[in-house]
Ligand binder design. Structure first.
Ligand code: SF4
Length: 318
């Protein structure tokens, strides 16, 4: 039985690839980011450290094919029938010197065994028309999903965290992708400097007005050695991390705002503990999800009874 409170990402994938078990497999294709390499800026977003969320099997010195083979070996021991979505996660997955280079990398990924589609993480301002043309063309033969780093709908916060794009850029990118028939998901962060829980809810509301298929939300993590870490230590920026209880309360409200048209991919970032300055919750994704399901159940016990009868509900994913 489906989770009664929100559409899970696994449900979304099952709708797109009926009858198959599908999961993301990250690749680091050696892309840079326009907010780091001088194209639009050089400092990067103040909280960013790509190594905090890149799996160990991703090594840009290895080819895309080699990384996918390694990832497949890792997962196929436990899940021999699993199919994969090559996930261009690191930095900006549409930022290359030439569109032909992008085509080569995407086609290399799609040529690997058991790879059934692409997920490309990018910035809202890194989707020029020639890249859109390429994504559209590939999407006609194999499904492409674009994940846009939006983070917040509040332009003052976007400036504060040095994103160097606006919410209007996010809206434009989502609409342009939708017109091309390419599904898109938004990445959002809760607890950015200067933002309240209500600000996060406004962002979620605005996101839900866009033609998107999924939302990935997580709490702000202060990663050791980032600009955010330095500014926080010097007192130039205030960061007040959520407690687990506060974040659970916020996520309950977020779930209530999102109808089943939009899947929720996750609620928790979980960088390696030794990299995290704050907050140090020590929770894995499945542990937080189970806490949230219990919290949702407290407000809707009948649905929870139905949910408990489903063995998939009390998951143990990562
Ligand atoms: S978060 Fe993304 S856009 Fe920002 S600096 Fe890092 S890779 Fe670039």
């Amino acid at each position: 039985m489906a989770n009664p409170w929100y559409k899970e990402y696994s449900e979304y994938l099952a709708e797109r690839w009926p009858g198959l078990k599908v999961q993301k497999l990250s690749v680091d294709a050696g892309f840079s980011c326009p907010n780091r390499d001088g194209t639009i800026g050089s400092g990067g977003c103040i909280y960013c450290d790509n190594s905090s969320f890149t799996p160990g099997y991703c090594n840009p010195r290895q080819s895309v094919a080699g990384q996918l083979a390694e990832g497949r070996r890792f997962f196929s021991r436990k899940y021999p029938h699993m199919k994969y979505l090559a996930y261009f996660q690191s930095f900006t997955g549409t930022h290359a010197s030439a569109t032909e280079r992008l085509r080569q990398l995407y086609d290399e990924a799609l040529a690997q065994p058991d790879v059934v589609g692409l997920i490309i993480g990018t910035r809202p301002d890194s989707l020029p028309e020639n890249v859109m043309d390429l994504l559209s063309e590939i999407n006609h033969r194999r499904r492409v999903i674009v994940e846009i780093g939006a983070e917040t709908s509040h332009d003052a916060t976007l400036r504060r965290i040095n994103r160097r794009h606006t919410w209007q850029d996010v809206e434009d990118a989502a609409l342009r992708l939708s017109k091309r028939g390419i599904e898109c998901g938004l990445h959002l962060i809760a607890g950015l400097p200067g933002e309240s829980s209500d600000d996060v809810l406004v962002t979620v509301e605005r996101a839900c007005r866009l033609p998107i298929a999924s939302i990935k939300l997580h709490q702000l993590q202060v990663i050791r050695g980032t600009i955010l870490d330095r500014l926080r230590r010097s007192g130039e920026i205030q960061v007040t991390p959520f407690s687990i209880e506060e974040y659970l309360d916020l996520c309950v409200k977020v779930v209530r705002l999102i109808d089943r048209r939009v899947a929720i991919e996750r609620f928790l970032a979980s960088a390696p503990p030794e990299m995290v300055e704050a907050p140090r919750w020590g929770l894995k994704n499945y542990q937080f999800t189970n806490l949230l399901l219990n919290r949702l159940a407290e407000s809707s016990p009948r649905s929870y009874g139905q949910c408990l009868s489903d063995p998939d509900t009390q998951r143990n994913d990562n």
